[in-house]
Design a protein around this ligand. Sequence first.
Ligand SMILES: Nc1ncnc2c1ncn2[C@@H]1O[C@H](COP(=O)(O)OP(=O)(O)OP(=O)(O)O)[C@@H](O)[C@H]1O
Length: 777
Amino acid sequence: MALCSAPWLLPDGTRCLLQTNPPHLDLAEDLATLLNLNECSALNTLQHRYRSHLPYTYAGPSLVAIRPGPTSGTHAGKVRGRDSTAPHICSVAQRAYRTLLAQRRDQAIVPMGRSGAGKTTSCQLALEHLVGMAGSVDGRVSVEKIQAMFTVLGAFGAVSTEQNSSSTRFSMILSLDFSAAGRITAAHLQTMLLERGRVAQQPPGESNFNVFPMMLAGLDVAQRTTLHLHQVAENNTFGIKPFSKPEEKQKASVAFTKLQAAMDVLGITAEEQVAVWRVLAGIHHLGAAGACRVGRKQFMHFEWATHAAEVLGCELEELSTAVFKHHLKQILEQAAARSGGRPSEEEGPSGQKMTGVECVEGMASGLYEELFAALVSMINRSFSSQHLSVASIAVVDTPGFHNPRHHGGQRAATFEELCHNYVHERLQGLFYERTFVMEMERYKEVTGCSSWPPHPIPGDPRDTSTLWQLQVLPGSPGADRKGLLWILDEEVLIPGSGDVAPLMALLLFAGAGYVRRCEQALHFEIPHQLGTDPVRYDLAGWVSKAKLNLSAENASQLLQQSQLNALQELAMPRRGVPRVCRAVAGLEGCSQAALQRNACIRKVFASSLAAVRRRSVCAQLKLQADALTSLLRRSQLHFVHSLVPGTTMEKADPQPLDVPALRAQLGGTQLLDALRLRRSGYPDHLLLTHFRRRFQVLAPAVMKKCTSAYEVPDESKAIEELFQALDLEKKSVAIGRSQVRRHHPGCKVPCPETQSSHLPRPMEAMGFRQLSFFGLG
Ligand SMILES: Nc1ncnc2c1ncn2[C@@H]1O[C@H](COP(=O)(O)OP(=O)(O)OP(=O)(O)O)[C@@H](O)[C@H]1O
């Protein structure tokens, strides 16, 4: 690799930087090897490889993955053999595994990209590869269980869109914990940001969660009768209905059988499965019951409401109270708030009262969120163990970047899509932080050279991308540092002004040039992806969505107080979870690693008590995104940039590439800037301890000395001894106290001199091409 990657020790004597190119790397397999690193040559390379059925390409430490054609199967560009370094998601997983073993440091694989680009598929492939390769200590984690988990999550957490029959609508982190011997001890699933409102409302052309039509097609007659699903409501306000075409019904029925088998694999008992279908049937019946739009808040169709109460194991009166009339305490609070002139909780931040329809929708979405969390708990139960672990590899899957324009759609984006795009931008911010900010800080720390890099670096998405900008924009209305999500919050909303409130707030931002007002009323455009991918949003109904829905909050209580034991038990694992972080699922687990991860999430929620106390929906969304990034910050990150080959899903394989779409995606990733920075700096570094651990095997005497249980080794000395033992020329290994300086290419300030050494063969075989040290000042 033609990189300037002189390895070196940091002045504190704790680290060295080194070139760790995998051996046998074909030049065309890494964009970093391009002599002429510009957009044109990078696109050419990607196109050429894609047409040759090689959808994966390295970009330095990151992976670029173009979604392969439909006939490629999920093994497109199959990793060549177990130790292959060919670009592939499995190679990334393997690299994370090797680094974990060598450094005992947590790793995370983070795919990013547009919706439908193949992130979920990448996550599944990576996990299957890791589990298949490392094996688990007592069989608690197996490839079969991982596949079953994706089947369950695909049914309960994904929806069908025109582009993707399984578009993910929640964020997840699956952590695999490893023992010192490199075997998997346990797995731990944590989910957040579930698009729960989807249960009641879907944008045109998109479905409810995939599990509903599956269940309606797959349940046997007896179950259908018990759950009152043998007759279909004429009009279900949530759009939950069975497929009408026989072939679709048949497909859904097969998918349901597969889902039941997956639940069996995960140890979800028959009783628990029945409880799950009961909750889903309850949601279906609530949709059929509907609510009166005028007059008293009550169900529109009592027959269906009675069915809902029956399958949920409660009386109709109880259900009605939980949905429409909130508890006495809340009513008293409301009265007190009225007398104080402050909007009550029930009225929501904008001072509006919840409508009957919102109450029913709230209960359905709350029930679905509880059900999803219960499933996550059951999955964790199947994966958990008490074995000790040394570090973990997390695989992260989030909904992709959404823009209806990508598929030629006419509709504007929704509030939920804004939330998904916000999370995507948070991950991009993390990429920027790790790739640019930390790299520059490290360079400055070591060399004292502040004029590096010699070329301009791209804008920080946290400053230039709109959602971030809105979040940190000083002087935003009513407060100092507020974000778009906060705009919808109570501090900015003008009580009683309905949808006009966020519109007015956005107008203020439009005045500042961050948001463009469209011709259509309530439509705004936000220039996402550093301005390369503007999204038009329709603000209609956003106030209602940003409002605390007390019916949703009552859902957990309804399940806990159900007369049916199976439903009570479904809600049991989450009994102790505080209300503030109920939107996060998977906060159980007893191993030390799971407890640490949960503590990390709880700390995020505890750190923003003010937001939590306000019980603001928008604050909740932001805190969940904070929790996700906090968990990731603990790890070494391996980014996978997933790209869609074209704007439409073609049957051809490989698909014809839409070059402008590819260019826009590549521009949004900032990958080429990252590669330029990498070329002019020092790309890799290791703690001396990690360096010693990795190579001490070459010198058994040194290894014996350093692995004594009673002594902490002096790492500098140990490495000197290691090199002596390896018979490296002394002059080529300078780990002394003198410092030589020279002018580094492209840098005006003298930088530490590097001295190359010839590597012993075993080291070359371990993937090092060049290794050199400079003396310390
Ligand atoms: N490596 C691959 N091999 C074969 N097919 C793939 C691959 N990656 C993605 N696909 C196909 O592309 C489609 C979209 O993939 P996937 O659901 O993983 O995308 P996504 O990025 O997770 O989408 P979203 O963000 O909407 O959840 C699926 O039909 C999947 O089978």
